[in-house]
Write a new protein. Structure first.
Length: 600
């Protein structure tokens, strides 16, 4: 039997996880020296690289001194709670990577808590000890306190610590004396992380993730829990709903480096990919053909937010996207459900082109929208809504733990801003010249908060939040007070007319952009909506008057990201998302029609 170690890597954004994995693969001789590796093997999806977050978990495996080490990447953000639990189920230990200056961060806490609950043994890596003013010893204390507060067992608290700098390619036991390579860390993994228990008996494997290949279709990935799987053997798939289906394994692959290698059999404890199964979902068990014994399915966090998805029916429909019809969008959402466990899609009653899509928060849903947009889809989405529940006859809503880290002078502003949104301060501690403030805040209070927090702190705030629990309804929250400036006619926006309207508010468009009637082109300074004509050109006469020919001075438009748009729109507005642009618009485009509806 081959010696195996399954280890999950947990780290905060920017703490050097991807760099470390690249170096581990180099040590396992996966890349020949001198061959250009391409940076960041793990974050292979464009979105992950741009946002610097891991959304989908990947598997990599290296061979070190005869031991196979399966490295499993974990998503860091709590909106991807569904991903996290499945991934940790495949590991026997975890590598907690922290920055020697910043220490453990709020989002790391979420994944670490799940890992400790499952009983994984941690190794702590304090990275970036080459940075000036870093504080490795304090960070070690902080990690210990964090694990203690998460109810780690004594065995888990007795964790080994490795110091080093992944960027400079070394790891060792003392941060003051750099070593020449990272073998110290690999030796520690082999020594400390337990080998998977080999269980004899009929085969069992829980499907924990999906892969897709255009040649072979869907591929089931998971860790063999018990027994041995062989190529061509008959198996039973036990579905989450309890139904059973007999089928056959066409091909078996194990992970080697970045790719798959075909193999004849896979034993208990190793991670493998199965090709040739037709109907399966994440959470199903592959078990013995004659006497199937399913494993308990994975429990997934319930969605807390929902959004309306609909086809793009604006006047600019179909100009930029390839896929615009309701059939295309519905098929794409169905496909997403197969691998995105915490997502729900329901058709709206009486409509064929509207769906209510629910997920784990604004980030979870906006990553889906952004991915679809890059694939060439056009769609429109409504304002994010919180999902309420009735518990013991009371209306309850999701509450999140919110952490804001800001320079001291902005602390009072932050507290004021969050308490207005029904947040309650839980704790406040100062670290050097910054303060770490923790709140409990309703999920709906977080919608639109990030933009305000960043503006009020001059971009200095670091904000993180994670779902905590459902609590009784906290009362009404006042939302955005300013009204919208809405275009009156379809056409090209002129500098002359924008210039004349600049005292009425901020614009979201530049001169020369095409707009349509009903599009939200700016934010009004007052609380009511204002219908404006931005397509009016200057009347030209042949009389030259002194002083009236000054150039229009246009303030640059406000540019918003997808999340900011979603957090910004009001209940009667939609965001139109196409591969090249994002526009905000009124749900009802005609302004006379809007007036009539408001009167009723």
């Amino acid at each position: 039997m081959q010696d195996i170690r399954n280890i999950a890597i947990i780290a905060h954004v920017d703490h050097g996880k991807t760099t470390l994995v690249d170096k581990m693969m180099l040590a396992g001789n996966l890349f020949r020296e001198g061959k250009d590796m391409g940076q960041q093997v793990l974050d292979s999806n464009d979105l992950e690289r741009e946002r610097g977050i891991t959304i989908l978990s990947k598997n990599v495996s290296i061979n070190y001194k005869g031991t196979k080490i399966n490295i499993i990447d974990t998503p860091g953000h709590s909106d991807f709670g569904g991903e996290v639990e499945r991934v940790l189920n495949m590991a026997d230990g975890c590598l907690l990577l922290v920055d020697a200056f910043e220490g453990p961060m709020p989002q790391t806490r979420f994944v670490l808590q799940k890992a400790l609950q499952i009983g994984l043994k941690p190794i702590v890596v304090v990275n970036k000890v080459d940075k000036p003013n870093c504080r490795p010893e304090e960070v070690y204390e902080m990690v210990f306190d964090l694990m203690f507060s998460l109810n780690a067992t004594e065995d888990q608290l007795d964790f080994p610590v490795v110091y080093g700098s992944a960027k400079n390619g070394w790891m060792g036991e003392d941060y003051k004396t750099p070593t020449t390579d990272i073998t110290y860390l690999l030796d520690k993994i082999v020594e400390v992380i337990p080998a998977p228990k080999v269980l004899e008996g009929t085969p069992q494997m829980l499907i924990t993730s999906l892969d897709y290949s255009s040649y072979t279709g869907r591929i089931a990935v998971g860790r063999v829990h018990r027994g041995t799987l062989t190529e061509g053997m008959g198996v039973t798939i036990s579905h989450r709903d309890g139904s059973l289906e007999k089928t056959k394994i066409k091909e078996l692959h194990t992970f080697e480096g970045m790719g798959h290698v075909r193999t004849h059999e896979v034993g208990s404890g190793d991670i493998c990919a199965i090709i040739g199964l037709d109907h399966f979902e994440i959470g199903d068990t592959i078990c013995d053909a004659e006497n199937p014994e399913p494993l308990p399915p994975i429990s997934i966090d319930e969605p807390t937010m929902s959004m309306l998805f609909t086809i793009n029916d604006s006047p600019f429909f179909g100009r930029e996207g390839k896929w615009c019809t309701s059939r295309h969008i519905y098929e794409r959402l169905r496909k997403e459900l197969e691998k995105n466990l915490a997502l729900r899609v329901e058709e709206m009653e009486g409509y064929t082109d509207r769906w209510i899509v629910s997920g784990r928060g604004v980030l979870h849903l906006s990553v889906l929208i952004e991915t679809m947009r890059r694939e060439g889809y056009e769609l429109q989405v409504g304002q994010p809504q919180v999902i309420y529940k009735e518990i013991d006859g009371m209306k309850c809503e999701p509450v999140e733990e919110l952490t804001i880290n800001v320079p001291e002078e902005f602390a009072s502003k932050m507290i004021d801003m969050v308490t207005r949104r029904k947040g309650e301060m839980v704790s406040m501690e100062s670290q050097a010249d910054r303060v770490n403030i923790e709140f409990d805040i309703p999920s709906r209070g977080i919608i639109g908060l990030r933009t305000n927090v960043l503006t009020a702190s001059q971009g200095e705030a670091i904000m993180a939040h994670r779902y905590k629990e459902y609590q009784p309804f906290k009362g009404e929250i006042s939302r955005r007070v300013n009204g919208s400036m809405v275009a009156m006619e379809t056409g090209t926006a002129f500098a002359y007319s924008i210039d004349k309207l600049q005292d009425r508010g901020k614009f979201f468009i530049d001169p020369g952009e095409e707009v349509y009637a009903g599009q939200v082109v700016g934010e009004h300074v007052h609380d009511n909506d204002l219908v404006v004509n931005v397509t009016k050109a200057k009347q030209l006469t042949n009389v030259r008057a002194s002083g009236s020919d000054e150039k229009a001075r246009i303030i640059p438009k406000v540019v918003m990201s997808l999340e900011e748009c979603l957090e910004y729109i009001k209940a009667d507005e939609l965001v139109e998302v196409t591969p090249k642009s994002m526009r905000m618009r009124k749900a009802v485009l005609d302004h006379l029609e809007r007036k009539r509806l408001n009167k009723d």
